[in-house]
Design a protein around this ligand. Structure first.
Ligand code: GUN
Ligand code: FE
Length: 419
């Protein structure tokens, strides 16, 4: 089927680049972008028209790191640093997801909040629980959220008897979970929580499963100084944190590592050499006092940086807000670096929250890609002193928009919210 979206089209094809097609036409063939035009070619005049008038058609958002079972603790418990925060607040909340009915209620609401805020792709952590993880995948699929979900693995340093598996359980439940993953748009990803909660035996088995089944891996890296010191105590043979993943075959192409706040030049080189993806989580890094990540430096070094809300270390899901926090955080970094490091511009922040993440799933906003887009109505914003350019309206939308401004969401070529 041929469809046409008409409106002001804005997307970021490369870092720092913004492409704006004012009063443009986006032509879809069976949900796949066939062309983007400022004048509709006659051969496409027969398509079904979605006329969005004076509204903005933006590429949708990709949240490359978040914890679904932490949704109930959103906006709470920000007074402790990472390791105490996990132990005191997080593990008890995640343990609640042994109850699949509870999981269903929470995850349905989470999936709805994601999609109505224009997050159409995710790379997400579930809890230890196989059944609740399937429920999560089902609810995302139903809502139109696509991407990867991981059943979390942890066989040590959790809460014994409350929130921890044996090594055998962790492996056999991972295999059982993988067997039951039959979703069209939501796929499994191997998810050791982080090195301190996974024994060597478990890490080795997970590396093997990932290799045998051709699966990607996601975890956490160098988020907090105490965490990093603990990893080196647990792995005296490793000089750096990243080696504790590398040792077990998990440091490889498309491995997503959240945070990386304190990764030094040599750890960053290892990322670049193995095409490991950074999920930068600016809200969380500030909330639980982890640090201010040197994102500009990473980008200059050619590292693949994406963004994550990291709820509930992060306090909010909407990626348009995560993007602006990322920009603010880069300005704090500039101040910390004696004003030497340039901050991230709006087009750069937008690129990181959209294209950089979408690339992970093999698509973008180009001919041949399934459409992932949001339509933004900025008509209720304060009247400006003069007519604004599309570029100005785009910037203001990123900083000011709320869920109610998103009138339509397209995910994997389908209109899943609005019309
Ligand atoms: N490291 C290990 N687990 C977690 C988690 O749930 N959140 C964050 N921010 N870091 C982690
Ligand atoms: Fe996290």
């Amino acid at each position: 089927m041929k469809e046409i979206l008409k409106g002001h089209i804005v997307h970021a094809p490369a870092l720092g680049q913004l492409e704006i097609i004012e009063d443009g036409y986006l032509v879809l063939e069976d949900g796949v972008i066939a062309g983007i035009y400022s004048q509709l070619p006659g051969e496409h005049a027969d398509g079904k028209m979605h006329d969005y008038g004076d509204r903005l058609i933006l590429q949708s958002f990709a949240d490359m790191h978040l914890h679904a079972p932490q949704y109930p603790m959103l906006g709470m418990g920000m007074d402790l640093p990472l390791l105490d925060w996990l132990d005191t607040y997080t593990f008890p909340v995640e343990a609640r997801f042994a109850d699949t009915e509870y999981a269903r209620r929470v995850y349905r609401r989470l999936a709805n909040e994601l999609i109505t805020n224009g997050t159409t792709r995710v790379c997400m952590f579930s809890s230890l629980h196989t059944d609740a993880t399937w429920v999560l995948m089902e609810e995302l699929e139903k809502a139109g959220v696509t991407g990867f979900v991981g059943k979390v693995n942890m066989d040590r340093n959790g809460k014994e008897g409350v929130y921890q598996e044996t090594t055998e359980e962790s492996v056999s439940e991972t295999l059982r979970w993988l067997e039951g993953c039959h979703f069209d748009h939501v796929k499994p990803i191997i998810t050791p929580r982080f090195t301190p909660t996974c024994s060597d035996e478990l890490m080795a088995q997970l590396g093997k499963i990932a290799a045998e089944k051709g699966l990607y891996v996601q975890s956490h890296l160098s988020e907090n100084r105490a965490e990093m010191a603990w990893v080196l105590e647990l792995h005296p043979d490793c000089k750096q944190y990243w080696e504790s993943y590398h040792k077990f075959g998990q440091w490889k192409d498309h491995t997503v590592m959240a945070h990386c706040v304190h990764s030094d030049a040599s750890e960053r080189r290892a990322m670049r050499e193995h095409n490991v993806v950074v999920a930068h989580c600016a809200d969380s890094n500030i909330n639980i006092s982890s640090g201010v990540c040197p994102v500009r430096q990473m980008l200059d070094e050619g590292i693949w940086v994406t963004l994550g809300s990291d709820i509930a270390g992060g306090q909010q899901l909407p990626m348009y807000r995560v993007i602006t926090t990322t920009i603010r955080s880069s300005k704090v970094r500039q101040m910390m670096d004696d004003w030497k490091t340039p901050f991230l511009t709006v087009p750069e922040g937008y690129y990181l929250g959209t294209t950089a993440g979408h690339k992970y799933f093999g698509g973008g906003f180009a001919v041949g890609d399934a459409l992932h887009a949001v339509v933004v109505d900025d008509g209720n914003f304060t009247e400006s002193t003069r007519p604004l350019s599309i570029n100005e309206r785009f910037e203001r939308a990123l900083y000011m928009m709320e869920q109610r401004n998103i009138i339509s969401v397209w995910s994997a070529g389908r209109c899943v919210v609005g019309r």
